[in-house]
Design a protein around this ligand. Structure first.
Ligand SMILES: [Zn+2]
Length: 151
């Protein structure tokens, strides 16, 4: 019988101790970087959101449910980095030709309400922004340049 020739292949298996560390953070938390907080019918409300779009949807739900509701959203204060998001004026807010996308830098813990200013200085009202998936829209040149050379 020729016997089983392992060819030394088993020698490449890593010791268990060298497996990469797992579970450094809760996986779901990475998908929900945004917080929405507010007061609806006199009750404190808080919710997580996956994107500015989802955060805005949640806010609008509260504001429709209660005329006196207040709500703000922000990038979670424990998020490790600032995020750059792409947004443009929603349809109907400005003429089609002016629906230029801009880059918005969101700092962890910086509460957003009213309006937000893009890298290039363009200011948009928060409820009037259509948020785009990163890479989906071509931001204005000014935003691109300023974002690329910024801090
Ligand atoms: Zn811009």
């Amino acid at each position: 019988m020729p016997g089983v020739d392992a060819g030394g292949a088993v020698a490449v298996a890593l010791p268990r101790e060298e497996a990469p560390p797992r579970r450094a953070f809760a996986p779901f938390a990475t998908l929900l970087p945004f917080m929405v907080v507010g007061r609806v019918h006199g009750q404190e409300e808080a919710a997580r959101a996956a994107s500015p779009h989802d955060a805005l949807e949640r806010m609008l739900t509260w504001l429709l449910a209660d005329d006196d509701a207040t709500a703000v959203w922000y990038l979670r204060e424990d998020w490790p980095t600032a995020l750059t998001m792409v947004g443009r004026p929603a349809r109907g807010v400005v003429g089609e030709a002016r629906r230029q996308a801009h880059l918005f830098r969101l700092e962890p813990g910086a509460v957003l309400y009213g309006s937000i200013t893009a890298c290039c200085g363009a200011e948009l009202g928060l409820p009037e922004i259509e948020w785009l998936p990163v890479g989906a829209g071509m931001p204005c040149e000014c935003c691109l340049v300023l974002n690329g050379t910024g801090d």
